[in-house]
Design a protein around this ligand. Structure first.
Ligand SMILES: [Zn+2]
Length: 230
């Protein structure tokens, strides 16, 4: 992979800059039509979808994920996760997360995680299940202690940032405290964000050259890429 390009580890957008390579997270429509429009693909059932889809529809979406896994079209499983801002679905979210966790373990694929106020839930899950594949906490909003606890319990964990580098002073302060080998950058679903700008902002915060940051992020990506796609 050309190390001069920008890596976007998690995006729902398809209007990406030509100088970037992305891990596109499939929408329900893309999942059903089995489209994989980006260089790398992740697929999972977002916890919010529990509100929008019936149990049958969720089962159907799971089947589509399994089909893509069987065809070896996925770079990662997710995004999936736990969102305590939606407490009424929390038990279903947990069951669904465990389905994704088992799938990632079975096929040895990275897991892209959505976590809202659920850091301690994930610490328990890590303790109970000792995951063996990389976990990428996208749009990580935890503090330094949570970051360190996660890395201590599951050293193959990564933290990805996008919008928060613009709007969260706490996250800007956290960024330099994270080991460089555990950082990714992303646009997620933010239409106004440009992956170039996010790299610039992160490099500024880390006090390093943006090309050095780009090459480090590619190293991280190669380190955790499934062997078949390395
Ligand atoms: Zn997302």
């Amino acid at each position: 992979m050309n190390q001069l390009t920008y890596l976007d580890i998690h995006t729902h957008r398809r209007d990406l800059h030509p100088d970037s390579v992305s891990v596109g997270c499939l929408s329900p429509e893309e999942l059903i039509s089995q489209q994989t429009p980006t260089a790398f693909t992740s697929a999972g059932i977002h916890p919010w979808w529990l509100e929008d889809y019936t149990k049958e529809e969720i089962e159907n979406l799971k089947q589509h994920i399994l089909n893509l896994v069987d065809q070896k079209k996925l770079w990662a499983i997710g995004e999936t996760g736990l969102d305590r801002a939606y407490p009424e679905f929390f038990e279903d979210q947990k069951a669904l997360f465990h389905w994704h966790l088992d799938l990632a373990e079975k096929h040895q694929l990275p897991l892209v995680i959505h976590s809202v106020r659920s850091g301690s839930d994930f610490l328990h899950i890590i303790k109970d299940h000792s995951p063996s594949t990389p976990w990428i906490f996208h749009d990580f909003r935890g503090n330094e202690n949570l970051m360190k606890d996660i890395l201590r319990l599951h050293p193959d964990s990564y933290f990805s940032f996008g919008m928060s580098l613009d709007n969260s002073p706490q996250i800007r302060e956290l960024l330099p405290l994270i080991p460089l080998g555990h950082i990714f950058l992303e646009t997620d679903d933010q239409k106004h964000l440009d992956i170039h700008d996010i790299h610039l902002r992160a490099a500024e915060q880390l006090r390093m050259d943006v090309d050095f940051l780009k090459s480090q992020i590619w190293l991280n990506f190669k380190k955790i890429s499934p062997l078949s796609q390395n």
